[in-house]
Design a protein around this ligand. Sequence first.
Ligand code: ADP
Length: 434
Amino acid sequence: MNFGGLIKALAWLAAVALPAWLLLGPAPALFAVATVSLWLLAYHERQIDKLARWAEQPLGTPVPEADGAWGRAFMALHRRSRQAATQRAELHEMVERFRLAAEALPEGVVILDQGRTIEWINPRAELLLGLDSKRDIGMAVTHLVREPEFVAFLEQQNKNDNEPSEPLLVRPLRSPGRVLHIRGAPFSAGRTLLLVEDLTQLDRLETVRRDFVANVSHEMRTPLTVVLGFLETAKDSVTDTPPEEIVQYLDMALDHARRMQRLIEDLLTLSTLETDAPPQEESVDVVTLLAAVREETLALSGGRHEIGLENAGPRTLTGSSRELHSAFSNLASNAIRYTPSGGRIVLRWHAHPGGGAIFEVADNGIGIDSRHISRLTERFYRVDRGRSRDSGGTGLGLAIVKHVLERHQATLAIESKPGAGSTFAAIFPARRLN
Ligand code: ADP
């Protein structure tokens, strides 16, 4: 009770007791004092009881109402409890924001406690490490990711204490085919934060790059060795070798030099396709393009094949005429090179049933076994290396076709049967036609 309240209570007592004393004597006055005191005691007891009951209720329960000093006390409590609720909500929101941010990280995040038990894991880490947060939180990470190099890496983390150690490159058994880069960072109370990055794609690219360099070197070395060999032989024996024989050597050297030239040209074409901006958006006249490809095909065949042209498709195609020409003539020259003399080749241009249009080269040549088909567009992939070389192939033709088509949002469909022939179809989307 504050001072004002006390004075008020005394005033009440005086107002009741004094007239009672004067009019009725001391006993009734005492009775009046006792009654007022009891009433006051009961009133405060009730407020304390309200307060106790409120305190037992869940957080957020409205504070009881009262008059006077109790009312003010309850109001103050009400304000405090509202402040605390706001702070709690803000804190909760902040923690939630951090949790969502950690979940959205493109890297996998794992939090380990001092004993290497998983405390928290984000969805990306679940995917990369083959874990499941519902099942694996609370488990020792080394029971789940058992690669010895990972276990050694964690031991190193503990030894290094506050220093982040060397990152680890690992191929986890639980996610076959993946290459992961794992970094560890110690933080609060012996915990470790693991950051997991997926390097599978980069690793694949690195393998492709290495294979490519090895392939190019190999492809170049063979003709170069032959050219050098012929030139040396011709030089050493120039005085005592009949000129016709020397010409023969030089012709063979020329052949191989031309092969190198073709290879370099194809490599340059590929590299331009890979590094160039999107293709030019010209309106390509398909009739002219098909006529040019047919002319080249006839020249390459030298009369050994029957070559047909069926044009029932749209008049124009939007794209780079240079690139489209290169793709179409690569398909046509393959048909010639892999179809024995007397065979038939048809170049077709027609509308696609689902919209768009198709350029198709069909031959009745040697055909391809189905197990090779998915790999034909890989650089330097050949079904028969010898046959490809003898016919002047570089092993890059279909890789160029694939690139050109991709740049025009077109796809390549291959159908083939050994001994019966092949059909290579470039399918263009409707938006490339006008
Ligand atoms: P290459 O210069 O060896 O012809 P490509 O990339 O053009 O290289 O073709 C890859 C391989 O696909 C060829 O080596 C050949 O084995 C096969 N191929 C391509 N076109 C045909 C076809 N029309 N008929 C049969 N085989 C083909």
